[in-house]
Design a protein around this ligand. Structure first.
Ligand code: BTN
Length: 243
């Protein structure tokens, strides 16, 4: 298959752009920007998006059969990024449920998947990816430990090569995902799982669920073991238990 790829200099947010034009854009369309003025993260947070030092990209995709077929989509995207980084020689990246890419306990990339559609009909998704490539030292607004690719590799990183690889990898994986769901990718997740077999807690609102992290299931849920019982969890923010 082929992807239409558009590169812009400055935009509010590549996700916002793709979301607003979702129905005119071909499946697999990709928008890339050098900078974003209103980059968006998960949970309404800002994604700091300085000029030329990162990858900001969003892909449009449509799914036959609607929402049900999209469970676990954002996890798939993390696996695709991890696989692409590995191919580029960047090893030891970890995946934090549901969709962060970490390196040495610092955040390297974030994923924001936005879904649109009605139950029972086809659904569309905007798949947003932000990867830190060579952030300026002066970036101080980021509210958690982060790292960029140049710091990891200690040499220049070809953004075009990485983007091309991600587009190819993601498109291929999405096609398989449409047929088989997450099942073919579970072992790859398991290998890169940041918290596997660690005591963690999951926070949603004021609710805190503790447990031993047992990876993910085919629906993309986080499996937590508590008092010998493993249960799936769909929402919330995972953290390592501070004890
Ligand atoms: C997160 O970890 O909170 C998700 C961050 C997602 C950032 C990317 S950058 C490209 C795309 N456009 C946006 O506004 N956000 C996503």
């Amino acid at each position: 298959s082929t992807n239409v790829v558009e590169v812009v200099s400055i935009i509010d947010s590549t996700n916002t752009y793709v979301k607003e034009h979702l129905h005119q854009l071909p499946k697999g369309y990709v928008c890339l920007a050098e900078a974003q003025t209103h980059g968006r993260g998960r949970r309404g947070k800002t994604w700091v998006s300085p000029f030329g030092s990162s990858i900001y990209m969003s892909m449009a995709w449509t799914f036959k059969g609607g929402y049900q077929s999209m469970a676990g989509l954002s996890l798939l995207v993390g696996i695709a990024i991890n696989r692409s980084l590995k191919t580029m020689g960047i090893k030891d990246c970890k995946l934090k449920w549901p969709n962060d890419v970490f390196h040495n306990c610092r955040k390297l990339a974030g994923i924001l998947v936005e879904v649109e559609g009605q139950v029972g009909s086809d659904a569309s998704a905007v798949i947003g990816i932000g990867i830190n490539v060579d952030l300026p030292n002066a970036v101080s607004e980021i509210d958690q430990p982060f790292v960029d690719l140049v710091s990891i590799t200690q040499k220049p990183v070809d953004r075009n090569e990485l983007v091309a690889l991600i587009i190819l990898t993601l498109t291929t994986m999405l096609t398989e995902f449409e047929l088989k769901g997450l099942a073919p990718f579970l072992s790859e997740w398991r290998e890169a799982d940041l918290f596997y077999n660690e005591y963690v807690y999951l926070e949603s609102g004021s609710n805190r669920i503790h447990g031993l992290s047992k990876g993910i299931n085919e629906g993309g849920a986080l499996m937590l073991e508590n008092a010998g019982k493993v249960t799936p969890h769909h929402g919330g923010e995972i953290s390592v238990r501070k004890s």
